[in-house]
Write a protein that binds this ligand. Structure first.
Ligand code: PLP
Length: 401
């Protein structure tokens, strides 16, 4: 029965349509029609969680000490594992009790951070394209979004000099993410220095999402905001175990950085959830201390797929940038095709699922994102279907933004 008198809260009504949900409906319909889908749409890693992590979880689940409510702020030993990891990886020293907070996945934390700090009418700077939670979180909080349009010409980096000073003065926070989903762009250290300088000059909170910290190739090492002098004073950084450790279903992430910001988020979350099952926090500690050869295997898997797919695209006349990180390719659509039209016609004609770039905001128009979440055989099959369906990309262009 429809309750005609019941309307959702304004914060729900003000959200733009969630393209992934629409894509899910279309996938379901395609499956009903008997299409064998090759889903390269989601950022859902296809590999299993490493065996030592699964075994640690099994042992921890059998231990009745993990069965009660976990501490609100996460277990002390997981927080210490996080700060130890930061010290090893970036040489950054953090206080596990005030500068690290486990999360039910980073998406939860990013959205709640916006709710903890953004008031209705506050101005929030968000690049477009961006990972949806970076603009949806602030919209849910009632903030006004100022889109920073990214372009291929500027390597998909934010141009701080192009932000009008009156906008910068009004802005309360900047959400950003390098290595980037969806563009797969990486940012040099100087970029982070510029971000920290901007934040200090205009008193803007930096919310950096370093979700793809470990999925980096060819010797490239992503920069942490907290490595930059002054970074921790004005910012926080989010991480997830979903990608590196194939743990997307486990819902484990964390945030580190400025203690005042961490405390605000913790206060909100104390009123909303009880945190991660303690057994999974133990398993997450194991993940963070896995030997480097595990990381090398994961990196090798994604970089092999990247190289394979770029070659396949090239054989169709399609030039695709070779990213140094993430699990995505950011691919220009053929001329005269919007990203939605293009993704839909590829889905209908081939059963291959790509994500239309506009799922990531208006700045993603003209592109599709391809996730490297299938082995090369399956990727080859996807490209064969695309080839047979007659898609060619000689006319692929960068869409005007
Ligand atoms: C940039 C970025 N941040 C956060 C997330 C969410 O990760 P989690 O599984 O930790 O919620 C994703 C997932 O695709 C992502 O791409």
């Amino acid at each position: 029965m429809t309750l005609s008198w019941l309307q959702p809260a304004q914060r729900i009504n003000s959200l733009p349509p969630y393209v992934f949900a629409r894509l899910d409906e279309l996938k379901a319909r395609a499956r009903e029609q008997g299409l064998d889908l090759i889903d390269l749409g989601m950022g859902n890693p296809d590999g299993p969680t490493p065996a030592p992590v699964v075994e640690a979880a099994q042992r921890a689940i059998a231990d009745t000490a993990t069965h009660g409510y976990p501490p609100f702020e996460g277990t002390a030993s997981f927080r210490t594992a996080i700060t130890d990891w930061y010290s090893r990886r970036y040489g950054v020293q953090l206080d596990p009790s005030s500068e690290a907070l486990p999360l039910l996945g980073s998406k939860e934390g990013i959205t709640h951070l916006a709710m903890a700090f953004i008031n209705p009418g506050d101005l929030v700077l968000v690049p477009t394209p961006a990972y949806p939670a970076h603009f949806r979180g602030p919209v849910i909080a009632g903030g006004d979004i100022y889109h920073l349009h990214l372009t291929a010409e500027n390597q998909w980096l934010i141009d701080f000099d192009a932000i009008p000073p009156e906008v910068a003065k009004r802005a309360k926070a900047l959400f950003f993410n390098y290595p980037s989903n969806p563009t797969a762009a990486t940012a040099p250290r100087e970029f982070f220095e510029a971000a920290v300088e901007f934040a200090h000059r205009y008193q803007v909170l930096l919310v950096h999402d370093l979700c793809y910290a470990e999925l980096a190739f060819d010797g490239y090492q992503p920069t942490s905001l907290l490595e930059i002098p002054g970074g921790k004073e004005v910012g926080v950084e989010f991480h997830t175990l979903s990608k590196t450790y194939n743990m997307a279903g486990w819902r484990v992430g964390f945030v580190v950085g400025n203690s005042q910001v961490i405390q605000g988020l913790r206060t909100l979350k104390t009123n909303l959830d009880y945190g991660i099952f303690a057994a999974l926090q133990r398993a997450a500690e194991t993940a963070l201390s896995l030997p480097d050869h595990y990381l090398h295997e994961v990196q090798e898997r994604y970089s092999t797929r990247r190289d394979f797919l770029i070659k396949e695209f090239a054989s169709l006349g399609w030039t695709v940038d070779r990213p140094q990180a993430t699990m995505y390719l950011w691919v220009p659509c053929p001329l005269d095709s919007t990203s939605t039209d293009f993704a839909l016609s590829v889905l209908q004609e081939t059963g291959v699922v790509l994500t239309p770039g506009n799922a990531f905001g208006p700045g993603g128009e003209g592109y599709v994102r391809v996730s490297l979440i299938a082995d090369c055989d399956r990727l080859g099959e996807a490209m064969d279907r695309i080839r047979k369906a007659g898609f060619r990309f000689d006319a692929a262009v960068t869409a005007p933004v």
